[in-house]
Ligand binder design. Structure first.
Ligand code: SF4
Ligand code: SF4
Ligand code: SF4
Length: 320
């Protein structure tokens, strides 16, 4: 997608008559940035710069050509931003079109040792041992010559970051991609994998009622609501221990006066990765999910881990 918008923009840039500076200079600058990004030299802030210049070109150009020239770039960033980010931050092109990006590796299970990749490499980065060819990434410039030379596709292009994990921890890149994909999902996705059960007590109920509910349903926390069913606090196992230590009567004390009030609520559209960082930062174990005033459900830290990491747990069992 990044290469495609570079093609469209280079066409408009070549066709610009040069009469108005925003079109003449703006499209040139955008093209320069795209060139940087697609050759592995993108820097943080480049995507934002593309958007800023693109909007200026749209507004400042006199004719339709200049006004529409940035459209493919802006639309692609809007709908395929992830691909731009991969180019800039991961130095990786998922379409395997851009040269200078990605980490090259020979899949030993597929390679039949014809040596064509070694012949194609001008940088002497493909090494040969008694029983295999391999790429020494210290010398590799990611020029892709070996990738094109291999007749059976045994030369693979990987995200450099993934390859490091794969080599150090023996976690296959495909599994890392699945985990990363899940971290971009939202709390709503987790809730949809659970039975829809919302456990609440009224703030005027006694503590013993809350404890009974937690025991009956085998849960570690309940949400506390007011008379209009609005979430006003949380009551957790930690509160039970705290009250027990203080000799508070479970029979007479009401939940509203002992619950935790300074809780953080989450919108169902919160990305799992964002929720993890808040939870880790605030040392929370329960995440009440609300949409406006309506309670949608509760996600626990355990729910998140078992949603995001099944592959890692499976692989850890496989490894040890
Ligand atoms: S916007 Fe139109 S008139 Fe202005 S430089 Fe571009 S092509 Fe020429
Ligand atoms: S990508 Fe280029 S430099 Fe790297 S191993 Fe292949 S041919 Fe050699
Ligand atoms: S060209 Fe492909 S099959 Fe031949 S040695 Fe290189 S990786 Fe192996």
């Amino acid at each position: 997608m990044v290469d495609l918008v570079k093609y469209f923009l280079s066409f408009c840039q070549a066709e610009s008559c040069g009469k108005c500076p925003p079109c003449r200079i703006g499209t040139y600058q955008m093209l320069q940035i795209l060139e940087k990004i697609t050759t592995g030299n993108g820097k943080p802030g480049d995507i934002e710069r593309l958007v800023k210049i693109g909007k200026m070109v749209q507004k400042g150009s006199l004719c339709g050509l200049g006004q529409s020239a940035p459209n493919p770039v802006l639309s692609a960033i809007k709908y395929f931003r992830e691909e731009f980010e991969e180019h800039v931050y991961d130095k990786y092109c998922r379409a395997k079109v851009c040269s200078g990006l990605g980490a090259f590796v020979i899949d030993q299970t597929e390679c039949f040792r014809c040596g064509l990749c070694k012949e194609a490499c001008a940088f002497d980065a493909v090494k040969e041992t008694k029983d295999q060819y391999f790429i020494d990434r210290q010398y590799c410039t990611s020029c892709k010559a070996c990738y094109y030379a291999c007749p059976i596709g045994a030369v693979k292009v990987r995200k450099p970051r993934h390859l490091k994990l794969e080599e150090e921890f023996k976690i296959p890149s495909e599994s890392i991609e699945i985990i990363e994909g899940r971290a971009k999902m939202t709390l709503r996705d987790i809730l949809e994998t659970k039975p829809i059960e919302i456990f609440c007590v009224n703030k005027n109920q006694r503590v013993k009622d809350a404890i009974k509910l937690m025991n009956d349903r085998n849960i570690s926390a309940v949400m506390v609501v007011d008379d209009s069913n609005k979430l006003v606090g949380m009551f957790t196992e930690r509160d039970v221990v705290r009250l027990f230590a203080k000799n508070v009567s479970f029979d007479t004390e009401i939940v509203g006066s002992v619950m935790s009030k300074d809780m953080i609520t989450f919108d169902p559209s919160t990305e799992i990765s964002a929720a993890i960082s808040v939870v880790a930062n605030k040392k929370m174990r329960h995440l009440p999910v609300v949409d406006g005033d309506k309670i949608i459900g509760m996600v626990t830290y355990r729910d998140i881990v078992s949603y995001v990491l099944p592959e890692v747990i499976y692989m850890a069992e496989d490894m040890y």
